[in-house]
Design a protein around this ligand. Structure first.
Ligand code: GBH
Length: 443
């Protein structure tokens, strides 16, 4: 637990928590929602660790008012949720499904009534299946479809959403979804997945103008980053580190901030057309940063298909996901972004930071999660140190409000400040919830 009290954060610093639609909503057939690639993937035997699906998840679609009450009780000033594209456009094109948008309309109004700023992500990986059937993000056309969807959402919610986030972690959607097949849509294209990077970025850029036409609220993207820790110090190790950094940390951010694509990972410029880089570099107001851990890297074996090898980082505590707990990696990341991008870098908000542990209620029904408190304490101090070093960080969102459906891990990983007993859907705030409220948000 914590001994020293939490350092001060700048006035107006945004404290929040994050979720995503497919991980909490359930209600996959409600009000005209169409199927998404994650419905298809989860219903394919062998894809999800515990054989579960997101069909019910946390039943948030029906319990959103209870969940907003939990947000209000936490005292946070912002809630980052995502909008399910297949609720808004069941087949990914055409007129809005009003009943689907009604849900987000109710959610946004309930948040505002409780004094919580709605922060809406437009794409957190749940592509309408009909678009996947037409090639998905390998098809350039999907970028234009995404901008049309953004327009429909902004037409309905643009007066009330306080911050827009276009895409969540386009790197993970490309690499795990299209490169390695561990996420939906389950393609295994390795480096042939690069068009998925470009078309997502193009969709982002087109969506930025669609949002600006309908809403005066700031616009962001949420990228995930993982600072490189070299396992050796040969020239080959350093080259491997640079290659991983380019692929994981710069492939999306360099072009977003006007530097074009990095050379190192051998990005195939074949799909890039004249003018695309200008669309992608449309100014954004905030850079969303998702951080979980650094990555150990060393030179790859001669016959490896990758230009680097990922090695476990020794000597750190580990979460239930086996990810190392390295709070200073967040300081290093934030300072590194400032050093690399300088004046090109907009203010940063940490849009995801959190950890999974095997949280089990005790005999009295209480859930004690001192590891999560220690995790958050360490990472908040790292953010404070980055601010002291001159990085403009204006917000921090914990992943996640609730235990939820953790993609390919199903229900086996619990990330919430609030425990969810799935059979009963009972919500129990963990000790980290009270700590975050008392030691951080309301201190
Ligand atoms: C995010 O992705 C997602 O946005 C969110 O939906 C999800 O629930 C949450 O995080 C938790 O998973 O073993 O060192 O190789 C996180 C992306 C990719 C971050 C894998 C950690 C692996 C660590 N993650 N990465 S390692």
């Amino acid at each position: 637990m914590t001994t020293a009290s939490m350092p001060e954060f700048p006035t107006g610093f945004r404290w929040g928590v994050s979720t995503s639609a497919h991980q909490i909503e359930g209600a996959v057939d409600a009000d005209g929602r169409g199927p998404s690639i994650w419905d298809t993937f989860a219903h394919t035997p062998g894809r999800i660790a515990d054989g579960s699906t997101g069909d019910v998840a946390c039943d948030h679609y029906h319990r959103y008012a209870e969940d907003v009450a939990l947000l209000a009780g936490l005292g946070v000033s912002a809630y980052r949720f995502s909008i399910a594209w297949p609720r808004v456009q069941p087949t990914g094109t055409g007129a809005a499904n009003a009943a689907g948008l009604d849900f987000y309309d109710r959610l946004v109004d309930e948040l505002l009534r409780r004094g919580v700023d709605p922060v809406a992500t437009l794409f957190h990986w749940d592509l309408p299946q009909a678009l996947e059937d037409a090639g998905g993000w390998l098809n350039r056309d999907t970028a234009a479809r995404f901008a049309e969807y953004a327009d429909l959402v902004a037409a309905r919610l643009g007066d009330r959403v306080k911050l827009w986030i276009t895409l969540n972690e386009p790197f993970i959607h490309m690499s795990l979804g299209h490169g390695m097949g561990m996420h939906a849509p389950g393609r295994m294209l390795l480096f042939d997945a690069f068009p998925v990077a470009h078309h997502q970025l193009l969709g982002h850029g087109l969506a930025v103008s669609a949002l600006r036409a309908r809403s005066s609220s700031p616009v962001a993207i949420a990228n995930n980053y993982s600072p490189v820790r070299l396992a050796g110090d040969t020239a080959a190790d350093r080259a491997a580190g640079a290659a991983y950094d380019a692929l994981h940390n710069r492939l999306f951010t360099d072009p977003l901030l006007g530097l074009g694509y990095p050379e190192e990972p051998g990005f195939d410029p074949g799909v890039v057309r004249d003018g695309d880089l200008d669309v992608i570099a449309a100014p954004i107001d905030v850079l969303g940063v998702n951080y979980y851990n650094p990555t150990g890297i060393r030179a790859a074996e001669e016959d490896s298909p990758l230009p680097f090898e990922i090695v476990p980082l020794d000597g750190w505590p580990r979460t239930a996901f086996d990810w190392p707990v390295v709070p200073d990696g967040l300081r290093e990341l934030l300072v590194g972004l400032r050093d690399r991008y300088g004046d090109r870098l907009p203010p940063i908000q940490v849009t995801e930071s959190g950890c999974a542990y095997d949280d089990v209620p005790d005999a009295d029904g209480r859930v004690h999660d001192p590891e999560r408190i220690a995790y958050l304490d360490g990472h908040l101090r790292a953010v404070r140190e980055a601010i002291d070093a001159g990085v403009d960080v204006t917000g921090y969102f914990v992943w996640s409000l609730l235990d939820n459906w953790e993609w390919a891990e199903g229900f086996t990983k619990r990330f919430g400040l609030v425990h969810v007993d799935y059979p009963s859907q009972r919500r129990t705030p963990k000790s980290s919830y009270a700590w975050f409220r008392d030691a951080v948000v309301r201190r």
